[in-house]
Design a protein around this ligand. Structure first.
Ligand code: FMN
Length: 134
């Protein structure tokens, strides 16, 4: 696991919706939008599985996922790759279910998505594009 530098956190906090990519075990990619994110700490992002379909199939086969974020001012972009596990009960489930209820009272979250940050890359245009930064 790696720690998210402050500039990555600030950029991710401003990203909405968040593109969330997965891949099947035979390498077929899939990307969806995620609207609800909680940054638990500098190594851990929490999402809500409310509607996962192909995303759930992919993560059952291959736990890697990736998100990308961008801000115009300051001009920054980062790719974050991580490994995903789920909780359908317990303290993290309760914390995330509360976040979902606060935004959408009618929605019952299926599972909390625990995304442990493993790699972070520069994704702006320029000479350092694609470089690993954490
Ligand atoms: C703006 C927006 C925000 C969304 N947020 C979430 C979310 O937080 N959680 C979720 O499970 N699905 C969310 N969805 C639905 C997924 O993007 C997607 O439709 C769902 O995972 C099914 O696609 P799949 O078969 O590729 O998994 C959102 C969709 C949009 C358009």
């Amino acid at each position: 696991m790696v720690n998210m530098p402050p500039e990555v956190r600030e950029t991710l906090e401003k990203q909405w919706p968040i593109p969330f990519a997965t891949a099947s075990s035979d390498g077929k990619p899939n990307v969806v939008f995620m609207g609800i994110l909680k940054i638990k700490d500098d190594e851990t992002l929490l999402f809500a599985d409310n509607f996962f379909n192909k995303t759930a199939t992919n993560l059952a086969e291959n736990p890697w996922a990736s998100v990308v974020c961008w801000t115009k001012d300051p001009r920054r972009s980062f790719q974050i790759k991580g490994s995903v596990t789920f909780q359908d009960e317990g303290p993290i489930y309760d914390e995330m279910a509360e976040s979902v209820r606060a935004r959408k009272p009618d929605l019952n979250m299926r599972r909390a998505v625990i995304f442990k940050i493993e790699e972070i890359y520069e994704a702006s245009s320029g000479p350092t594009a694609g470089d690993r930064i954490a």
